[in-house]
Design a binder for this molecule. Structure first.
Ligand code: BTN
Length: 282
C-alpha cells in the first residue's frame, strides 16, 4: 500500500513541522519507544536529544500501557511512537500534555481517516463503531519533575491503524482499529503520522504560549454526562457516578449516588450508559 512506509527516508522529506520530528528515528523492533527515549534522555548531555525528537517503532516487544498494562500490536499495523518535550512548565500543568496529544491524534484521524472519533478520560482515543465507542489508541506520559517543574516529558502514542479484527488485543476497554471501523479499508500510516506530528507541534506551541488546551479537550470527551465507574486498575471497587465535568488540570469531577463530588486525577473509566447515549454525544 502506498503511503505506509515509515523509514526516515520516507518520512523526513515529507515532514511539515518546524521542530517536532527533527530528528525523527525509525526502528523495526524495540522494547518500548518510551523506554528507549527515556534512556536517551538520561544518557548524558553530549547525547541529549532535543525537544521534538521522535522515535517510532514498527513493532514493540515490551510496549507499555497505562496502569502497568501491556500495549500489543502486530508488526506493520500501527503507529507506535514517542515524542520528547522539554516544557519548563509548573508540574500541575503536566495534564496539558495529555490533553494536547489527545487533541492532536483526534484531529489527525479526522483529517486522514474521516472517522467519528472522541476521547475517553483521561488518555483513550475512541472510535464510534455502529453506535458503540471502542478504543483505537492510547497515550502514555512519562514525565520528569524537578523543584515542582516539568524538566522533560515523553508522550507515547499507540494507534491501532490496520489491525485485523482477529488480531485486536483482548483488553479491558473493547478495542478496534481504524481499518476495522472504516469497513476493512486499510489506512496508509505515513499521512496519519505526519498529521499527528503537525498537530502535536501546533497544540504544544499554543500551550507553551500559555493557552490552555483544556476547553478543546473537554469538548472532545465522550465521558461527560455519562454514568461511569472509575477504577485504578488495582482491583479496588472504584467510584461510580455521573461524570459531570473536568477541572482545568484534567481531573474528572464525578458525582456519586449520595451526591458527593469526587475529583479524580487518574483512573480507568468504564462507560455505563445513560443519561446521554453515544448517538447524542457525537
Ligand atoms: C494506554 O492506553 O494504556 C496507553 C498506551 C500507550 C502505548 C504507546 S505505543 C508507543 C509508546 N511506547 C510504549 O511503550 N507505550 C506507548
Amino acid at each position: 500500500m502506498g503511503g505506509d512506509e515509515l523509514h526516515e527516508t520516507a518520512v523526513e522529506p515529507e515532514l511539515n513541522t518546524g521542530w517536532v520530528g527533527h530528528p525523527y528515528h525509525y526502528e523495526t523492533d524495540v522494547g518500548s519507544t518510551n523506554d528507549v527515549m527515556k534512556a536517551w534522555v538520561g544518557a548524558g548531555s553530549a547525547q541529549d536529544p532535543p525537544a521534538g525528537t521522535v522515535l517510532l517503532a514498527d513493532h514493540q516487544s515490551a510496549g507499555r500501557g497505562r496502569l502497568g498494562r501491556q500495549w500489543q500490536a502486530p508488526p506493520g499495523t500501527s503507529l507506535l511512537f514517542s515524542t520528547l518535550f522539554r516544557p519548563d512548565w509548573p508540574a500541575n500543568q503536566g495534564g496539558w500534555l495529555t490533553m494536547l496529544a489527545g487533541l492532536a491524534v483526534v484531529e489527525a484521524i479526522e483529517a486522514v481517516a474521516e472517522l467519528p472519533v472522541g476521547l475517553k478520560w483521561p488518555n483513550d482515543i475512541m472510535l464510534n463503531n455502529d453506535g458503540q465507542w471502542r478504543k483505537v489508541g492510547g497515550l502514555l506520559l512519562d514525565a520528569q519533575l524537578q523543584d515542582d517543574r516539568l524538566v522533560h516529558a515523553i508522550v507515547g502514542i499507540g494507534l491501532n491503524v490496520n489491525i485485523a479484527q482477529a488480531d485486536l488485543p483482548d483488553v479491558v476497554t473493547p478495542a478496534t482499529s481504524l481499518m476495522v471501523a472504516g469497513g476493512d479499508k486499510a489506512i496508509p500510516r505515513r499521512p496519519l503520522l505526519l498529521a499527528c506530528l503537525r498537530q502535536l507541534e501546533h497544540h504544544y506551541e499554543q500551550a507553551d504560549r500559555g493557552q490552555s488546551p483544556w476547553q478543546a479537550w473537554n469538548d472532545r470527551l465522550i465521558t461527560l454526562g455519562r454514568n461511569v465507574t472509575v477504577t485504578l486498575g488495582d482491583g479496588s471497587p472504584g467510584v461510580t457516578g455521573v461524570a459531570e465535568g473536568t477541572d482545568q488540570w484534567g481531573g474528572l469531577l464525578l458525582r456519586d449516588a449520595a451526591g458527593a463530588l469526587h475529583t479524580l486525577a487518574a483512573g480507568d473509566v468504564t462507560l455505563r450508559g445513560g443519561p446521554r447515549s453515544d448517538e447524542e454525544r457525537r
